[in-house]
Write a protein that binds this ligand. Structure first.
Ligand SMILES: Nc1ncnc2c1ncn2[C@@H]1O[C@H](COP(=O)(O)OP(=O)(O)OP(=O)(O)O)[C@@H](O)[C@H]1O
Length: 921
């Protein structure tokens, strides 16, 4: 069935005249549609084919309304141009392709394609169009010297719905990709830069040779694929200094495969399959054109139904300029195919494109700046040392900061832990202090350094809690150290004395002074520091013990002060000796080492050789005695080896030891021997001086520790006395009902106290919303107590003494029974581990059958000690099962449900029986 072709109103043919090559730069326009009718082919002539179409003017084609035309009378079609059989391709190009083709030079994408049935002259036409376009493009390039052009060439064919690179057929099927800016892109399509027109023609020839061509009944060389030759043209002004404006566009020259009827084309097998793909893709093209021609661009346009329409998408209703040359055979035999072509052309005429210029603007300044930046980065990369140094520096700084922060964090953590432990101890101490009258519970935080400098945090020996006994131990240790220091001072003085005497250095006065000091220190030790047993018994400790210890420590104060003074004197004497020795040395042979050492020592105690002298026991070994030639000689030989010959020659004489030197070595001169002894003496004196300095330091340390200890002991004393007062006051309060009445009669009698306390208890129940049954029960208990107190008169139960009245006796008896009852439950309610833990805690003797009773008898025996009360309650609760259902959960009211019926099965628990009986009164 043939669809009649609509008339095309001439008003619809709108072409915008071109101002620059290819026309205006941005505008909406219709696709340029022309029709070219070829002459009858030799075959058609041979078969006497009739010409079915007339071309009355250059825009119109009309069917001849022959008998064969089944749609006679409606065969007039108007297009942008209609070319007759004699029209040259040059004219077709001129009128139907030129403007569009040259648009690519000004940045507008352009597409020219030939559409028509097989053997209608598409390839014939497109070959010519391409040739003219290339020619003119190069002419334009040559005539536009102010711009710089570059042309790239690529070519593809769509054969049986696969895209093939005609410049590289081996690459196989190419993929189509969707690009947001460029639309559909053929992936990995070869693109070759064209150097000149000949190069371009050569490549076109290569593509033609590569294209799928086959023989059909209608065409000896029928194109079996759609061919797209693409010229990508980029141009920019040569003299633009600040800004680069580039036009970039593609010119697509498309030679479609021809639609064919299998019957007419007489295709079978491969050709039939090819024809099927060709027709299918052309049908999609037709549909796209038809839909676009309806003006409904926003509706679905099936571009994706074929690769041809996908690739040509921007040329069909997109931003490109498009020209379609529809080719047709004049023969009557192809009338229907020709009519379909004209219908397609008619629809295509209605399609409007929105042509746009593709301009790339590159600011030269920006480019220059970026180039500089790139150069800088490249230079930086080339010199990695520089960048890595600064990086290393930064990293190091960061590391140091992190280290410092970690130290601070650790310090803060330490402080936090200390504060928490202090808080805990304070809490415990205050709890214990409130109710304990026994000095054995006194705890006190004591912090001092027993072995080292107390100001040294790292080595501070911290004892968070210590008993009085430990304090006494520390006092004894201090005394011991004091004694040791005295001994060491003795030894030092002794050695010094010997040294001075043997060497006769210094004045006679100095030697005498030292001898005197030595005897004094010995006397001090003989009188004040008798050896003591170093065992302190914890149990023996008490406030009085502490006071005794402090008194004793204070009595040593004088000794320590004296020791300090003596050591000070010794040091002064040594300084004198050293000065004398130096003076002597100046005149004679004082060694350079000694001089420098002297200078250093005078500079202050900080540089003293404590490390060498820190162990007092080593001091005698460190000192080199001139009286022990064996060691001296050994040392001296070493020294001699290291000594310069000049010094040896200048050595002064010292006759005192000359004979010894001769005895030790016949080869050693007397002078050398004297020099050795002299050096040893100097060293010894220096060592003694250092040692004495160290002793002084240690005495000062001892003093500090002693003061610290005294402070702690005084604080303990103060606390103990406060607690004693509190305890006394407590006892007084407990007795007030009795004693105070007796004393002045102003205080309330016991019944009033009882009444007052009962009100307080009832108010407490009220405030705590205690179960009213429990209130009632305890109220009755109180009532029972009140009754019995009445029987006792105005006496407090606390003062019942050893001979209580009968009712109280029965209570005591009931309590005893209750304890026995609970003791029996110890085995069943507590595990073996729990029992052992409790025995240990409550100091139950390890042996004996009555351990359970022992334990229970210790419960609830110290009503003023809240810790005792709490722990007793815990044990009893466990024994009677209050804790059984808790499982770590909060206490519930049900735990305290009391039975108001006689405890028939718990008759031994007489305490509750008594209360229950009251309820039945
Ligand atoms: N305008 C023309 N003037 C003279 N000869 C022409 C013209 N157009 C086409 N021919 C000749 O017609 C024959 C078929 O042309 P062509 O191969 O270009 O058709 P086609 O549409 O490309 O066919 P197919 O679709 O099968 O490839 C060729 O021999 C060609 O030389």
């Amino acid at each position: 069935m043939t669809i009649s072709a609509p008339e095309t109103p001439s008003t619809k043919i709108r072409r915008t005249p071109a101002s620059t090559p290819g026309g205006s730069k941005v505008q909406e326009e219709n696709i340029l549609v022309t029709v070219r009718m070829r002459p009858l082919s030799s075959k058609e002539l041979a078969s006497y084919e009739l010409v079915a179409w007339d071309i009355p003017d250059e825009h119109t084609i009309v069917s001849k309304n022959l008998a064969h035309d089944r749609n006679a009378g409606s065969g007039s079609y108007m297009f942008d141009k209609v070319f007759g059989p004699t029209c040259s391709t040059s004219k077709v190009y001129e009128a139907g392709a030129r403007d569009v083709a040259l648009s690519a030079l000004s940045g507008i994408n352009a597409t020219i394609f030939a559409y028509g049935q097989t053997s209608s002259g598409k390839t014939f036409t497109m070959r010519g169009i391409t040739e003219y376009a290339v020619k003119e493009i190069y002419e334009h390039i040559n005539n536009t010297q102010q711009r710089e052009f570059s042309i790239k060439f690529s070519a593809m064919e769509i054969y049986n719905e696969t895209v093939i690179d005609l410049l590289n057929k081996d690459s196989g099927s190419l993929r189509l990709l969707d690009d947001h800016e460029r639309g559909t892109v053929v992936d990995k399509l070869t693109e070759e830069t064209i150097s000149n027109p000949q190069h371009l023609k050569h490549l076109i020839g290569v593509c033609e040779a590569q294209r799928q061509v086959g023989e059909t009944a209608l065409n000896d060389k029928s194109s079996r694929s759609h061919q797209i030759i693409r010229l990508t043209i980029e141009s920019s002004l040569r003299d633009d200094k600040e800004c680069i404006k580039s036009f970039l566009a593609s010119l697509n020259l498309v030679d479609l495969a021809g639609s064919e009827r299998a019957a007419q084309a007489n295709t079978v097998g491969m050709r039939l399959k090819e024809g099927s793909h060709i027709n299918k893709s052309l049908l999609t093209l037709t549909t796209v054109i038809r839909k676009l021609s309806s003006g409904n661009k926003s509706g679905h346009i099936p571009y994706r139904n074929s690769k041809l329409t996908r690739i040509l998408q921007t040329s069909l209703g997109g931003n490109a300029r498009t020209a379609i040359i529809c080719t047709m055979s004049p023969a009557l035999v192809h009338m229907e195919q020709s009519r379909n072509t004209l219908l397609f052309a008619t629809n295509a005429k209605e399609v409007r494109n929105n042509a746009q210029v593709n301009m790339i603007i590159e600011k030269k300044v920006m480019v220059k700046h970026l180039q500089q930046e790139v150069a800088r980065l490249e230079a930086e990369l080339r010199s990695p040392d520089l960048s890595s140094t600064s990086l290393r520096h930064l990293l190091r700084e960061k590391d140091l900061k992190i280290e410092q922060m970690e130290r601070e964090i650790n310090e803060l953590k330490l402080q936090r832990d200390q504060a928490q432990s202090q808080l805990k101890e304070t809490k415990e101490a205050s709890e214990n202090r409130g109710h304990s009258s026994s000095s054995s519970q006194i705890v006190k935080r004591l912090s001092f350094n027993a072995e080292n400098d107390p100001r040294n945090n790292n080595k501070t020996w911290r004892k968070s809690s210590t008993s009085t006994g430990i304090l006494v131990t520390e006092i004894r240790k201090l005394e011991m150290r004091q004694k040791q220091l005295g001994d060491e001072a003795n030894r030092a003085l002794d050695l010094l004395h010997k040294e001075v005497t043997s060497q006769k250095l210094g004045t006679q006065d100095t030697a005498e002074t030292i001898a005197k000091m030595l005897s004094e220190i010995k006397a001090i030790h003989a009188t004040s520091l008798a050896p003591e047993e170093f065992q302190v018994k914890e149990k023996r400790s008490s406030s009085s013990t502490l006071r005794e210890e402090i008194a004793r420590l204070n009595s040593h104060e004088r000794d320590i002060t004296m020791l300090e003074e003596k050591l000070e004197n010794v040091q002064r004497s040594i300084d004198k000796l050293l000065t004398a020795a130096a003076g002597e040395g100046d005149k004679t042979t004082t060694t350079p080492d000694f001089k420098s050492s002297l200078k250093k020592k005078k500079g202050g105690g900080g540089g003293l050789p404590f490390a060498a002298l820190s162990n007092a026991a080593n001091v005698p070994n460190i000192l080199r005695s001139p009286c022990s030639p064996k060691s001296s000689c050994k040392l001296s030989e070493n020294e001699i080896e290291n000594r310069s010959p000049a010094n040896d020659n200048n050595s002064s004489t010292n006759n005192n030891n000359g004979s010894n030197g001769e005895k030790r070595s016949s080869s050693m001169s007397v002078k050398k021997m004297q020099k050795m002894f002299k050096k040893a003496t100097e060293d010894n004196i220096q060592s003694i001086k250092s040692y004495v300095t160290e002793l002084k330091e240690r005495v000062a340390k001892l003093q500090y520790q002693k003061q610290l200890l005294v402070c702690q002991v005084l604080e303990l004393e103060e606390e103990a006395s406060t607690e004693e007062e509190a305890s006394t006051e407590c006892r007084r309060r407990r007795r007030c009902g009795d004693d105070d009445v007796e004393n002045d009669g102003n205080h309330s009698p016991w019944p009033e106290v009882f009444e007052e306390q009962r009100k307080e208890i009832i108010m407490l129940w009220h405030l705590c919303h205690v179960s009213i049954i429990h209130r009632t029960q305890f109220y009755l208990l109180l009532k029972w107590l009140e009754q019995h107190l009445d029987e006792l008169g105005n006496a407090s139960p606390a003062l019942l003494g050893d001979d209580p009245p009968g009712s109280v006796t029965s209570s005591i008896k009931a309590l005893k029974q209750e304890r026995e009852y609970l003791a029996k439950r110890v085995s069943s309610k507590l595990t073996a581990d729990e029992r052992e833990a409790l025995y240990a805690k409550w100091e139950v003797p390890p042996e004996g059958k009555q351990r359970r009773l022992h334990l229970v008898n210790r419960l609830w025996t110290d009503p003023l000690n809240m810790a005792h009360v709490r722990e007793s309650a815990q044990v009893v609760a466990k024994l009677v099962g209050f804790c059984e259902s808790s499982g770590g959960q909060p206490l519930s009211r049900e735990m305290f449900e009391l039975s108001f019926v006689p405890l028939s099965d718990k008759k031994t628990w007489m305490g509750w029986n008594l209360i229950s009986n009251l309820l039945h009164l």
